[in-house]
Design a protein around this ligand. Structure first.
Ligand code: TPP
Length: 273
């Protein structure tokens, strides 16, 4: 049996990649491309849409269709693509700044529409590319370049946000969990409606060094120790949860997605009633 390598979708001659040592974006890219390969996605039937940021640079490495959009607006572009060409597989890859900070409004409405996209948000807890500023997922009290004495804000739970807004499918994993990461993305790619994968990932250069995790290994071990399978997490009393977070499939709804609903509206419009 041959194992997926993902290289089918990798642009020749692009390695080594641009990301810092210890960054999880390359791990996530590899897992996503292996998932593409397992599902035999056609290069020209697949569109990867990105925003701006370290995560948003990911489309540089691909031979699929790709669209590098503006910061926070990747989901808006992707919505247009999917509505106009529903047969395309549209995958949107964003950082936490892109996806739920500047892009928070688009995120809420993409989930509310239940539009048939696979959205992957790499959550490295800060704006990595521009110098480690606080984003909407920087934990309370964390130190970032804009919160030198501790973040006074509270953070978003991206998965809870997607669930509340109406997404069909919501999952979380980490870049420590390489195999699960691949399988989680693969599963999300097969769903109809809005499908979110939150990928918890280290940013040693900007976030780790300011928060007592200078070494990449310390950040990965922290993710390993805090990630608890969702069934086990739900059985814990709130006081026992501490800094842990649930991983696995958090929401699994089978409601009709936007593509199906929109086709019904188009059919009614064609009949004139
Ligand atoms: C409208 C707009 N505002 C701000 C910026 C500057 N900017 C570029 S990348 C970035 C942060 C990206 O952070 P995130 O989305 O979390 O991705 P990461 O770099 O951490 O992967 C910002 C603020 C921009 N390019 N466009």
């Amino acid at each position: 049996m041959t194992h997926a390598t993902g290289t089918t979708y990798l642009k020749p001659g692009v390695l080594p990649h641009m990301w810092c040592a210890g960054c999880g974006i390359g791990t996530m890219l590899g897992a996503m491309l292996r998932a593409f390969e397992e599902l035999r996605l056609g290069r020209s039937d697949t569109v990867v849409v990105t925003g701006i940021g370290c995560t948003g640079k990911l489309d540089d490495y691909l031979v699929t269709n790709a669209l590098h959009t503006t910061h926070g607006r990747a989901l808006a572009y992707a919505t247009g693509i999917k509505a106009f060409r529903p047969a395309l597989k549209v995958v949107v890859v964003m950082g936490d700044g892109d996806g739920v900070t500047i892009g928070g409004n688009h995120f809420i409405h993409a989930a509310r529409r239940n539009i048939d996209l696979t959205a992957i948000v790499l959550n490295n807890l800060n704006y990595g590319m521009t110098g480690g500023q606080a984003s909407a997922t920087s934990p309370s009290a964390s130190i970032t370049s804009t919160t030198a004495y501790g973040n006074p804000e509270r953070e978003f739970d991206i998965c809870a946000l997607a669930e509340a807004a109406g997404a069909n499918h919501v999952a979380r994993t980490t870049t420590w969990h390489g195999w699960e990461l691949q399988q989680t993305i693969r599963e999300a790619l097969t769903r109809t409606g809005f499908s979110l994968v939150e990928v918890m990932s280290p940013c040693p250069t900007q976030y780790g060094r300011r928060n007592d995790m200078q070494e990449t290994a310390a950040m990965l071990l922290d993710l390993r120790d805090r990630a608890v399978p969702v069934e086990r997490y739900r059985a814990l009393a709130p006081a026992e949860r501490g800094r842990c977070f649930p991983v696995g499939t958090l929401v699994d709804r089978r409601e009709p997605g936007f593509v199906e609903r929109y086709a019904q509206v188009q059919a009614r419009a064609a009949q004139g009633h």
